[in-house]
Ligand binder design. Structure first.
Ligand code: C2O
Ligand code: CU
Ligand code: CU
Length: 496
């Protein structure tokens, strides 16, 4: 299936170099935007060419021999109180038959349980560090105050615990949680610390979408790993400063996964939980599917797609209608280079009747938001361990920006190319969901017209977003290639 390139070292893309030297400076008519008008790249070329410094090692095809594991749902500590306990632990996991791999997990040996919240609930979580090293508990995409956000300032020492409390104020969405200790995030996630959060609300419950967890509402956490000859995760051996990638895909911690489905609409909640790999997901038959949700909520209408790309930490909910597909064929979710990620086994049962409503949300950019001037500029630059934001590396003592609670501002994020062209950086901001206003002055694609907390940004691309924080505190913003984050591609905004 397709050409498999096995190059782990840097292979510099000539296309990107030539694209970068372009002095094309078409004036931008739609927006008065000085940073954007100079040195724009030829976008056709960017699309065709490699967008990163690396030729990324291909993933091995899933043999489909193991049924996909579905994370169990975490139960409340007791019935009357909406309180949960989440404990970071180490353990051993049988990823490969007959061998034990040393792993980390939440309330278990590997990955975590799914937390299901309802909008309006007041939640209490007791977090416990049972590791031998410091960790934090970060709730990616959740609107919480800075002291509950679990950034690098909130490290718990081994044996320590902390109770956090918050109210769920945001709409139905798929979020996740992972550690965030300074300089150690990548390794801890790599070893297995990551879990899912489902938020539900009245809207999500009334839409009639597939929502039978584990049956037709399936979370898929995509993580690529390298296993050594003893089937261990050896982070320091696999580590790459420009983002650690592997040849072996795990979905929900399952090696060689397959998913058995009925002939019905299946909702897949895709999470790119990898340290650095980007995925373009498509069906091997070329059939279409619809995307129904972004990182932080439903799209207004389902968007028909043949493929969807997610950079690290991004989510997309898609629905594939297996009652409409020709199931004589072998069906699988594949990557852009043809690797089989997840094969589907279709049972002869017809399954549940669910629907995909034409109208799911009323997300919009307001006139006011469209008229706001840019008040914060973020410039991403560099590669390997030379990565910076606005020319600086992360300093826990330095506040880079301040913003008023409840006040919307427009941030402009620019990915400055380097001599080798540059690479895609997935940019993320803590503590809130925001709206993408433009990409290089144009409206974002239809499937980005919804709440986002992370987005990909190509070399020489400029993205503007409208962002408001509901709570106060110090929040991180950073590249979600976890090695870039650990190498200091991170800043802090203080909301007061
Ligand atoms: Cu997934 Cu700092 O975040
Ligand atoms: Cu986050
Ligand atoms: Cu980066």
């Amino acid at each position: 299936m397709g050409l498999k390139i096995k190059i782990t070292a840097l292979a510099i893309s000539i296309l990107v170099i030539s694209g970068c030297s372009s002095t094309n400076s078409e004036p931008d008519e739609e927006m008065d935007h000085s940073m954007m008008s100079d040195g724009k790249m030829d976008h056709g070329m960017m699309m065709e060419g490699h967008m990163s410094h690396d030729e990324v090692v291909s993933l091995n095809d899933s043999t489909g021999e193991n049924e996909l594991k579905i994370p169990s749902q975490l139960k409340r500590d007791n019935e009357d109180d909406v309180a949960y306990t989440v404990s970071a632990q180490k353990g051993k996991t049988e990823i490969f038959d007959g061998t034990e791999t040393n792993t980390f997990g939440y309330n278990g040996s590997f990955l975590g349980q799914m937390l299901r919240f309802e909008k309006g609930e007041k939640i209490k979580i007791r977090t416990i560090n049972e590791l031998d090293e410091e960790t934090t508990f970060h709730w990616h995409g959740l609107e919480v105050s800075g002291d509950a956000d679990g950034g690098p300032h909130d490290a718990l020492k081994p044996g320590e615990e902390k109770v956090i409390e918050f109210e769920v104020t945001q709409e139905a969405s798929t979020l996740w949680f992972h550690p965030h200790p300074e300089g150690k995030t990548a390794e801890q996630v790599y070893n297995g610390l990551a879990g899912l959060i489902y938020i539900e609300d009245d809207n999500s419950k009334s839409l009639g979408l597939p929502s039978d967890y584990g049956k037709n509402d399936i979370p898929l956490i995509f993580q690529d790993r390298t296993f050594d000859e003893k089937n261990q995760l050896n982070y320091s051996a696999a580590m790459n400063d420009d983002g650690t990638i592997g040849d072996t895909l795990l979905i929900n911690g399952t090696l060689n996964p397959k998913l058995t489905v009925n002939k019905e609409k299946i909702r897949l909640r895709l999470l790119n939980g990898s340290n650095a790999r980007n995925y373009t997901f498509k069906l091997n038959t070329g059939d279409s599917f619809v995307q129904i949700a972004t990182d932080g909520g439903f799209l207004n209408e389902p968007v028909l797609l043949k493929e969807v790309t997610l950079t690290p930490s991004e989510r997309a909910e898609i629905v594939i209608d297996f009652s409409q597909l020709n199931t004589e064929n072998d069906l699988a979710l594949i990557s852009e280079d043809g690797s089989v990620l997840l094969s589907f086994e279709i049972s002869d049962q017809s399954g549940a009747i669910s629907k995909i409503p034409g109208k799911m949300n009323n997300f919009a950019l307001t006139e006011e938001e469209l008229d706001l001037p840019v008040t914060k500029k973020v410039e991403l630059f560099g590669m390997m361990d030379m990565v910076t934001i606005n020319g600086k590396k992360f300093d826990p003592e330095r506040i880079d920006f301040t913003q008023q609670q409840g006040v919307t501002e427009v941030w402009e994020i620019y990915n400055k190319p380097d001599m080798m062209g540059g690479m895609i950086h997935p940019f993320h901001i803590h503590g809130t969901q925001f709206k993408i206003i433009s990409r290089d002055g144009e409206e974002p694609p239809e499937n980005e017209r919804g709440w986002k907390d992370s987005f990909s940004i190509k070399p020489d691309e400029t993205v503007t977003i409208a962002i408001q924080f509901k709570h106060k505190g110090v929040y991180m913003f950073h590249c979600h290639i976890l090695e870039h984050e650990d190498n200091g591609m991170m800043g802090q905004v203080k909301v007061e």
